[in-house]
Design a protein around this ligand. Structure first.
Ligand code: SF4
Length: 617
């Protein structure tokens, strides 16, 4: 948190202190009249003079601050608490809650504030007891809309998704993750609401519908001074100055607080490079086989009809094993990982298949059951640690939060375990790093933090989705090596999703190659890398720089979209081995021996070409 600017703080604190201390200040009775000295100018006994009834203007001004501020702050606070809560619920839960919340606010907004105020006061009568709930109702929609918009902007951020992956409940996510991230706009709205409430209260008091005379209020003082403006113009000046000065100070205070509590503003000023320098992945989960996925098929309804981005995918991951799932973007590998976590986007659904994690079927669990296994049995590391970590919480607190999401440990114990986890993932000086905010760490460090969060509750299966994206080559190798070491040390299964076959070739025990939503080749890493039996695997291998310094060869063409999937082999348009019979029917996944599977009807020709190349070499 940055240092709070002192000017607005001191100004508002002074006004608040005066308003609170008014009863004990040596002031004249604000309602005591002295008709003999009406409209008397400032004097030693009455520093700001006397009004049309001979009452002390300074006393009425300070007592007026107490009533005006009290009503405005109470009303804005009430609206802030209720409105923010409704906005969080409507924005995060969606559907029915969203409809009820937003439509009810639309109804309130149908009434202009002054008309609504006049209507309520006419029915209930003037006075503070009416003003506070009335003003709260007037400013409620503003808070609901600001909170709702804030939730929509952050609810799909990776750090919110990460909390879901860790099994945190909805209330916890809303209050601990989303609320701190939408605090800035809500504070600004709070300042506007206080300022507007002071003005509206003064306006109503000016009309005689607010604070009931002879009790002092700024609006009432302005109304009274208006009648004697020609004889005593200063009587109009004092309440106007108090009113405008207070409104401006509240605005300045809330701007200062917003700047102070938004840690993302720091790196923007100190250098965008620190913010942009890294993006990566990370996280974790559950434990042989720890994963048995059979026939996963995912469908998505689109305006053009139902498409099938993942078809009949079957995989197994054993304890202590690394299975690399490799393919270009659009191959369906990440969608398969999200399905295992119960995190498919709303438009997608599991149409067929089953998945067992440590013997428990997970594809059809309800949200509550999924929360119980996420983080403990299975965890997932996403691509971008900058957006997977909550920017307003310190690193250690976020790791501790992951621990406490599943284990009843004290805050102190969780913090201690968080530091130890940071040490285990290779972060130097973990005590100091634990006190840092995400923007203060490099991309590589953040990636290690994400891994620490992922393994915090000892999952038996860890799904790492493109964990090295956007990292430089050296860091990529370090992260892959760290994951391999943790897998070995903890005996967990590791599902490594990547487009970079070369990167995982050193650590993977087995490799599954996906293309256009299907597994096109699967086998031990040694067999698949030495003797690829599918033209797509060959193309992936050729697309990486060779150890002999040979240049990579780009794969011609693109992965077909699910809507434009060819009738026969999906790889046919890009395949150099293609024959007419390849395009008549989808090829089956066949075992070429030694549990080496391939979805190519000409696999023996592909294998022969490898042998020929080796012979020539
Ligand atoms: S089935 Fe035919 S088109 Fe498909 S990968 Fe094999 S050779 Fe190529």
């Amino acid at each position: 948190m940055r240092t709070l600017r002192l000017g607005p703080v001191v100004g508002v604190a002074a006004i608040a202190l005066v308003a609170v201390a008014v009863p004990v200040l040596p002031l004249s009775n604000p309602t005591a009249m002295d008709i003999m000295h009406r409209l008397a100018p400032p004097s030693a006994a009455h520093w700001l003079g006397q009004d049309g009834y001979g009452r002390d203007v300074l006393s009425r001004l300070l007592w007026g601050a107490r009533s005006s501020l009290g009503v405005a702050v109470a009303a804005a606070g009430l609206a802030c608490v209720i409105g923010t809560g409704l906005g969080l619920i409507g924005g995060y839960l969606g559907r029915g809650a969203e409809f009820l919340t937003m439509r009810s606010m639309d109804i309130v907004l149908c009434f202009p504030p002054l008309v609504l105020a006049l209507l309520v006061i006419t029915l209930l009568g003037p006075g503070t007891a009416t003003l506070i709930p009335l003003l709260a109702l007037v400013y409620l929609p503003g808070f609901v809309r600001v909170a709702y918009a804030g939730v929509l902007s952050v609810r799909n951020q990776n750090y919110v998704e990460a909390m879901r992956v860790l099994g945190a409940g909805r209330a916890r996510i809303m209050l601990r993750t989303i609320l701190p991230n939408i605090g800035g706009p809500i504070l600004v709205q709070f300042s506007l609401a206080i300022a507007a409430a002071i003005l509206l209260e003064s306006g109503l008091s000016f009309l005689g519908l607010g604070v009931v005379p002879p009790a002092p209020s700024w609006g009432g003082m302005i109304a009274a001074a208006r009648a004697t403006m020609a004889q005593a113009p200063l009587l109009l000046l004092w309440p106007c100055l108090a009113l405008s000065g207070t409104v401006l100070l509240f605005n300045a205070l809330c701007d200062a607080v917003r700047d102070a509590v938004d840690p993302q503003r720091v790196p923007r000023r100190r250098g965008a490079a620190r913010v942009l320098d890294a993006l990566a992945p990370g996280l974790v989960a559950a434990g042989g086989p720890v994963l048995d996925l059979c026939g996963l098929t995912i469908e998505i309804d689109t305006p053009a009809g139902t498409v099938c981005p993942v078809r009949d995918v079957s995989l197994q991951v054993h304890s202590g094993e690394i299975l690399a799932v490799v393919g270009e973007s659009g191959s369906g590998k990440s969608l398969s990982g999200l399905a295992l976590m119960g995190l498919l986007p709303p438009a997608a659904r599991v149409a067929a298949g089953a998945a067992w994690i440590e013997g428990q079927e997970v594809l059809r669990l309800d949200e509550a059951a999924l929360r119980r296994i996420r983080g403990r049995r299975v965890a997932m590391i996403f691509q971008d640690p900058h957006h997977s970590l909550d920017p307003v919480h310190r690193i250690g607190a976020q790791v501790a939060e992951a621990i406490r999401a599943h284990r009843p440990v004290s805050a102190r114990a969780a913090r201690s375990q968080a530091v130890e986890l940071l040490r285990q993932v290779g972060i130097s000086d973990p005590e100091r790093r634990a006190a840092a905010f995400p923007h203060e760490l490099s991309g590589g460090m953040l990636q290690r933090v994400m891994i620490a969060i992922g393994i915090a509750n000892g999952p038996r299966l860890l799904i790492a989705d493109e964990v090295t994206t956007a990292l430089d080559v050296t860091i990529q190798a370090q992260v892959i090596a760290l994951l391999a070491d943790l897998r070995r040390a903890r005996g967990m299964g590791l599902l490594l999703i990547t487009h970079n076959l070369a990167l995982v070739s050193e650590v993977a025990d087995r490799i599954a190659v996906m293309y256009a939503g299907e597994i096109v080749e699967q086998g031990s890493a040694a067999a698949l890398l030495a003797r690829p039996l599918h033209p797509y695997t060959q193309a992936l291998l050729r697309s990486a720089p060779g150890e002999d310094g040979s240049l990579p060869e780009a794969i011609q063409g693109t992965v077909p979209s699910p809507q434009a999937r060819p009738a026969g082999c999906a790889f046919a348009p890009r395949c150099t081995y293609r024959r007419p019979d390849c395009e008549t029917a989808p090829p089956p996944l066949v075992d070429a021996g030694g549990e080496h599977l391939t979805r190519c009807i000409r696999w023996y020709e592909v294998a022969a070409s490898v042998r020929s190349a080796e012979t020539v070499a």
